[in-house]
Write a protein that binds this ligand. Structure first.
Ligand SMILES: C[S@@+](CC[C@H](N)C(=O)[O-])C[C@H]1O[C@@H](n2cnc3c(N)ncnc32)[C@H](O)[C@@H]1O
Length: 488
């Protein structure tokens, strides 16, 4: 197989040294004396040995790597290094329940493409070795990282430790809930440290686990970076401090402590918990109402497979994700489609005052792109734009609220997972909105119409656009301050 082929099929994304150090320091801090000199550490998917390289000579290190091309370098990083399959292979010094710590950044993705590497009886042997496959009808679609999690559990001695770098999907996807609960019945989650930007194509987190029945008093420490992304080194330092002394404060990262039971049937990613905690804090002071209670119509634009919309002069404008600018709808280059055609169904025609939300993608939903439709003529929405018609809630207020930290965190918490971030109708309806008096909501609308909209309409001039954005930011900032201080 070519190197490129290997990299893809085997999900080879190697751990940067600073992240490897963070992972090892984290598990050592949490384990304390339980992971002293002489402890046995294994990486069953070791690549070039990046994780084992930071462990240090005082420990006994073992690596397994399936790609022969990586083994030579790997060998120099570990006491023992085997070429072969870390899931099914047998090796002289690799005995189940014999390691004090499994340190791994396993491959992730569907098992299917890897099956040919495991031999013709691979599926049968996998089914025998892995309990997680017991109820799986579709072995090929099963996430390979989950099998490595089970393998880590098999290799760890009772009360031993695991530090695993896993894709966010493992922590956040509803489909992986069964695996998370299965693991939680067999190990304590001691820490989940978000690692944004550590790898190019996938968001990951470090999960530190201790094998054994979870004890109620053992808290999971969930850590995520704060504000502008700190450097890996700063973040690692702060993480280290937070794990050692949870009450310490600093600008680089935030920590939440969550009980083991609370993790059952829920997501494990720190962002999700940050969103929950922020909502709970606000709910102590203000009445929060699910957005769904105000929604009288919720839909998205037509999905017409195989036919891209063609521009039709004097047709009906279609609002697509890219048309939602920071300060409102940018109507300058709207595509127009044939009226009443497949791309202009009546159900998704917009009305003045409709709230438009960009549903998908890091560049749109990731940036919370929203707008209120202020046009008067007929228009429709594209397939990635949700149309939200509200009753009893000012749509401008809803827009600004969703731009506050509280709104952003709620949306970010929903929009997790591997691949393109997305938010479903159910998740939109569940967003919690502070029920502020309508008169106050209208004040915000007036401010927008008087101070932002006129500049927004002349946004082709950079200085107007910048000023519009600043004024928009000020409205959202004032609302945020109001939410911080107001009591009901
Ligand atoms: C995400 S990379 C991480 C490598 C290394 N642990 C690191 O942190 O840099 C996963 C590694 O697992 C290897 N791999 C994939 N399937 C494997 C298997 N069944 N057994 C052993 N190694 C495997 C890949 O070749 C790749 O080197």
């Amino acid at each position: 197989m070519s190197n490129e082929g290997n990299a893809k099929t085997l999900a080879q994304h190697f751990t940067p040294a600073a992240v490897a150090q963070l992972a090892w320091d984290a598990v050592r801090t949490l384990a304390g004396k339980e992971l002293g000199a002489g402890a046995r550490v294994v990486d069953p998917a070791a690549g070039e040995g990046a994780l084992l390289a930071v462990v240090g000579r005082a420990y006994q290190t073992t690596g397994i790597e399936i790609d022969e091309g990586l083994v030579e370098r790997g060998r120099s990083q570990a006491d023992r290094f085997y070429t072969g399959d870390g899931l099914l292979g047998t090796f002289p010094a690799v005995v189940d329940e014999s390691f004090d710590c499994v340190l791994a950044n396993p491959p992730f993705g569907k098992l299917g493409p890897m099956l040919p590497l495991l031999g013709t009886d691979g599926p049968r042997r996998l089914a025998l070795r892995f309990r997680l496959l017991d109820r799986q009808k579709q072995m090929r679609a099963f996430p390979v990282e989950s099998l490595f999690v089970e393998r880590a559990l098999q290799l760890t001695r009772p009360a031993g430790w695991m530090a695993l770098i896993l894709p966010e999907g493992f922590l956040a996807n509803a489909r992986q809930q069964g695996v998370r609960d299965w693991l939680l019945a067999r190990a304590e989650v001691r820490a989940v440290v978000a690692l944004p930007g550590a790898f190019d194509k996938v968001q990951t987190a470090l999960v530190v686990l201790r094998r054994g029945q979870p004890q109620a008093r053992a808290k999971a420490r969930l850590i995520a970076p704060l504000g502008k992304r700190p450097s890996v080194e700063q973040y690692a330092q702060r993480t280290q401090l937070l794990l050692g002394a949870p009450s310490s404060r600093g600008p680089e990262a935030a920590l939440l402590s969550v009980g083991q039971r609370a993790l059952h049937a829920r997501r494990w990613d720190p962002r999700f918990w940050q969103g929950r905690v922020a909502v709970r804090r606000l709910a102590g002071r203000l009445q929060l109402v699910p957005l769904g209670e105000y929604i009288c119509h919720l839909t998205y634009g037509p999905i017409v497979t195989g036919r891209r919309p063609q521009h039709v002069e004097a047709g009906v404008p279609v609002i697509r994700q890219g048309d939602l600018a920071e300060t409102g709808l940018d109507e300058r280059a709207l595509l127009c489609v044939a009226p009443a055609g497949a791309h202009d169904p009546p159900r998704s025609r917009v009305r003045p005052g409709d709230l438009l939300l960009s549903r998908s993608g890091a560049g749109a939903l990731g940036r919370n792109r929203l707008a209120v439709y202020l046009g008067s003529g007929p228009a429709n929405v594209g397939c990635f734009v949700d149309l939200i018609r509200l009753e009893g809630l000012n749509p401008f207020y809803a827009w600004f609220f969703l731009k506050t930290r509280l709104g952003r965190e709620q949306i970010a918490a929903q929009a997790n997972g591997v691949g393109t971030p997305n938010i479903s109708f159910g998740e939109i309806r569940a967003l919690q909105i502070a029920a502020l008096p309508l008169a106050y909501q209208e004040v915000l609308e007036r401010r927008y119409r008087e101070q932002v909209w006129p500049l927004h309409c002349r946004r082709e001039r950079t200085e107007f656009r910048a000023e519009a954005e600043q004024r928009f930011c000020a409205i959202v900032g004032d609302l945020e301050d109001h939410l911080q201080t107001r009591r009901q």
